[in-house]
Structures are given as structure tokens and as C-alpha cells.
Design a protein around this ligand. Structure first.
Ligand code: GLU
Length: 463
């Protein structure tokens, strides 16, 4: 049973893929609804026909689901028999509601028709079909509300003009349909981005004109880039799908986003969604702008990767890139994952490293070789090759490997980076930071030999 006294919503306009700022707004509302056992409504604000697309909507829904942000009412709903048939909530399917209320306002003298040439915003749309409707604004009246995050905020209507509520194409503007829906959907708390602060006053005028009870408002902190400017595409990846495609785990993104403008008021930072639901409360909101730091997100990703069991991580990796299963069985891949996990930063990196264990995919890029001193590579790898040819088990054990390393080091007089990077190239084709004493015992001797010979051939071709 939902607590009907606590109803929040996320109201995206599907103009593009899900922005990290939008995801944070959705997350905070979702967490609050779960914490208070209330309802989380998803309402699609798609009345800007020029900018909204079904593709963007589908992408946004996919990414919300990927993040684990599920809604109780909205474009698709799960079973909630105790609250009745809700949704789908798409404003384009509710146009007659807004029109009817606007016409009522005209009848009451609170709004009036204007010629379509006053509707500049609709100029680019199809031929106007009707007169636009404007809301009358009381003159010199003070409006105030107590923002749940920022405290009391005031405005005088002298800074506002009468504004269009229904455009000449019959569609409502955001500041009209948004408060109407919040009222009809019984939203109790409106948490949204700070950029809507000024809109809130226009919406208060709509609530007043329609005699609707005003919900509580909280405006979340801005999210800025490293240069302290508002986060935008200029700053690189700002949409969730880019992070999903890079192999960031949804739990890492959730964890990172939860700390942008909110804090649990202690030093703890690592949270899974269930911890957040338990700990989340509106008292932790912070009005000061938050800085988006991709490095920190990556750091959270390493933590969440390490937090998964090898089997769970295997499942994530194959869901991310199924081609890693080619010629490799599950048990083997899980063993490899246990070796890769301590150095892994994202799923893409894990998938790429797994492929390096696949005999058929072994390759060394010439650019990689060019970064190293060819003479050193040649000496170390030749000694490695020699040591392998003297061994005849199917696999090399960890202690055998350590002994070989010692011998190569003595003979070549190379140690540390020179020695290990050269061996890494001859074993995996890349100087990745995997722990070789763990990696080598997992690869068949035969394959190690072939790899070493191929590397030496490639070096010869280069020199
Ligand atoms: N459709 C608006 C947006 O995407 C919703 C703002 C609000 O939450 O009121 O910014």
C-alpha cells in the first residue's frame, strides 16, 4: 500500500537521451518515494512537438530502468491495484484537460484570448488554428514560498508579465500543464532542478488562478563541470547512455549521482541503492552547486566492480559484450575475471582483457611495440621463449613462473618495469597491469609459446 501523503514525480521532456542531471533528479525522487513508502510518478512532458521524440523517450525509459529507477505510475506501470488505474502519463494524451481549464479561466476573467501573432514561440509551428490564451498576472503582488532546500524565496509580480498558457496551436506551455498535472496527480513534493526556480513563481500564479492547493517545492543544486560552468555537452559525456556503453555499472553511477547535492552527513561514500533508500532524507540536500567529476565516477566504478562476486561480474561482462564467450567456457572466464577484477576500471576494459586470453584474438598492435625499447623487448622475450621451451607441463605453476622470472632478470640484467612490461606484451599483447604470476598459470604452455614466438617475429619484422 502506497502512502498517498507522499507522492513525488519525475517529469522529463524527451528531447534527447537521459542527462546525468535528469537522472539525478529522477534518483532523488525515487529514493524519497521509497524511503517514505510513497509513490513515484513518471510523467512525460512531451508537448513541445518540435523537440520531443519517441526515440528519445524510449532511450530515457531504457536508461532509467538500467539504473534501477522504477516508477509506480506513468508511461508503463507495474501492478499497483490499491491505487487504481494510473497512466499512461503523457501530456500529449491529456491536452483536452489543459484546454478546458484554460477556457474556464477565460470565462472567469482570469485569462484572455490573444492574437496568434503574440505567440512568438509557436511561429515555427504549423499555421495557427486558434487564438492563444494568456493568464492575467496581478500587479504589484508579493509571492513567497518556502523552498525545502533553499528556505524562503520571494518575488514581486512587477517582474512578471501576463504569459501565454495555451499556444495558438492548442498546446499548453510547460508552466501551465506542469502545475495542473502536479495537482491532478496529487503530487505532494516537487523536487526538481534549480533552473526551474523562476518558473515556480509562474506556476504559483497558475495554482492561484485555478484554486489548486500548492505542493511543497525543493530546488536541487546545480551540477557544474570542472570549469564551474553549467554541465553541458561541452564537458564531454553528460548522458547516461555514454557511461553505460563505456561499461560503468549502474550502481556506480547511482552512487556517484547520489552525492551530487546530497550528503549523508558523515564520511561514508560507498552506497548501494538499498543503503541509499535507507539513509536518504531531505535534510541531506545541499543548495550549493555540485561539481561533476568523471574521475570520481570512475573511482566509484572500480569500487562497485570489486564489490561484485566473480560470478556476478562475469554475468555483467557477458551482458555487456557477449563476444568474450567465444571459444571460452564459463569456468575459465570466471577464473580470469578474478585476476582482472583487482585492476579493472570498467566492463569494457574487462571485456578487452578477456579477449586477450583468447588464442585466436592474440595480437600486438605495432603502436604498442613502438612505445618500448625494442632491444630490451628482444632480450627479455627471447629468454622467456627459451625458458618456455625447456618446460614441458601443460601449465606453468606460479612458483615455476617466479623462478623463470628470476633467471631472466639475472641473465638480461633487466628488472622492474622493463622486465614485466616486456613479458606482459609477450603474454597478452598489451602492457596491462594484470598480476602475471596469477595470469600465466591460467594459460596453456603451448599457447604461451606460440604467443612468445609470434611476438618475437613481429619484433623482427619491425627492426
Ligand atoms: N519537463 C520539465 C523538465 O524536463 C520538468 C521540470 C519539473 O520537474 O517541473 O525540465
Amino acid at each position: 500500500m502506497f502512502n498517498q501523503h507522499y507522492r513525488v514525480r519525475f517529469a522529463p521532456s524527451p528531447t534527447g537521451s537521459l542527462h546525468v542531471g535528469g537522472a539525478r533528479t529522477a534518483l532523488f525522487n525515487f529514493l524519497l518515494s521509497r524511503k517514505h513508502k510513497g509513490a513515484f510518478v513518471l510523467r512525460v512532458e512531451d508537448t513541445d512537438l518540435l523537440r520531443n521524440t519517441n526515440t528519445a523517450l524510449a532511450e530515457q525509459l531504457r536508461d532509467l530502468k538500467w539504473l534501477g529507477i522504477d516508477w509506480d505510475e506513468g508511461v508503463s506501470q507495474f501492478n499497483a491495484p490499491d491505487i487504481g488505474p494510473f497512466g499512461p502519463y503523457r501530456q500529449t494524451q491529456r491536452l483536452e484537460i489543459y484546454l478546458k481549464l484554460a477556457e474556464d479561466l477565460v470565462k472567469n476573467g482570469k485569462a484572455y484570448y490573444v492574437n496568434s501573432n503574440e505567440d512568438h514561440g509557436a511561429a515555427s509551428l504549423a499555421t495557427p488554428l486558434r487564438k492563444a490564451i494568456k493568464l492575467k498576472i496581478p500587479t504589484n503582488k508579493q509571492y513567497e514560498f518556502n523552498d525545502l532546500i533553499r528556505g524562503p524565496i520571494k518575488i514581486n509580480t512587477n517582474t512578471l508579465d501576463d504569459f501565454i498558457i495555451i499556444r495558438s496551436n492548442g498546446l499548453p506551455v510547460y508552466n501551465f500543464s506542469n502545475p495542473i498535472d502536479d495537482h491532478l496527480m496529487k503530487i505532494t513534493h516537487v523536487y526538481r532542478a534549480e533552473e526551474h526556480l523562476y518558473n515556480t513563481f509562474k506556476q504559483l500564479l497558475v495554482y492561484e488562478a485555478l484554486n489548486f492547493k500548492v505542493p511543497l517545492f525543493g530546488h536541487l543544486s546545480l551540477i557544474l563541470g570542472q570549469d564551474k560552468q553549467k554541465l553541458s555537452k561541452r564537458h564531454g559525456a553528460v548522458s547516461c547512455d555514454v557511461y553505460r556503453e563505456k561499461g560503468i555499472l549502474p550502481e556506480a553511477l547511482i552512487n556517484y549521482l547520489s552525492l551530487l547535492g546530497w550528503s549523508p552527513k558523515n564520511d561514508l561514500e560507498f552506497f548501494k541503492i538499498e543503503d541509499l533508500i535507507e539513509k536518504f532524507d531531505a535534510a541531506g540536500f545541499n543548495a550549493a552547486p555540485a561539481i561533476f567529476d568523471e574521475k570520481k565516477l570512475n573511482w566509484f566504478n572500480t569500487l562497485h566492480i570489486r564489490n561484485l562476486s566473480d560470478v556476478a561480474l562475469y554475468e555483467r561482462v557477458i551482458a555487456f559484450d557477449n563476444s568474450v564467450t567465444l571459444n571460452s567456457d564459463k569456468t575459465f572466464l570466471i577464473k580470469l575475471i578474478s585476476v582482472i577484477k583487482p585492476v579493472a576500471t570498467n566492463l569494457e576494459m574487462i571485456a578487452n582483457l578477456l579477449k586477450r586470453f583468447n588464442e585466436d584474438l592474440f595480437e600486438i598492435k605495432s603502436e604498442t611495440l613502438l612505445k618500448f625499447d625494442i632491444t630490451v623487448l628482444k632480450i627479455v622475450i627471447s629468454l622467456w621463449n627459451k625458458a618456455l621451451s625447456k618446460t614441458d607441463n601443460t601449465f606453468i605453476s606460479e612458483s615455476q613462473f617466479l623462478q623463470i622470472i628470476e633467471e631472466i632478470s639475472k641473465e638480461s640484467r633487466h628488472s622492474g618495469k622493463n622486465l614485466y612490461q616486456s613479458l606482459r606484451i609477450a603474454i597478452l599483447g598489451t602492457p596491462s597491469g594484470l598480476d602475471l604470476k596469477k595470469v600465466v598459470p591460467l594459460i596453456k604452455l603451448e599457447s604461451l609459446k606460440r604467443r612468445a614466438v609470434e611476438t618475437l617475429n613481429q619484433i623482427d619484422r619491425m627492426s
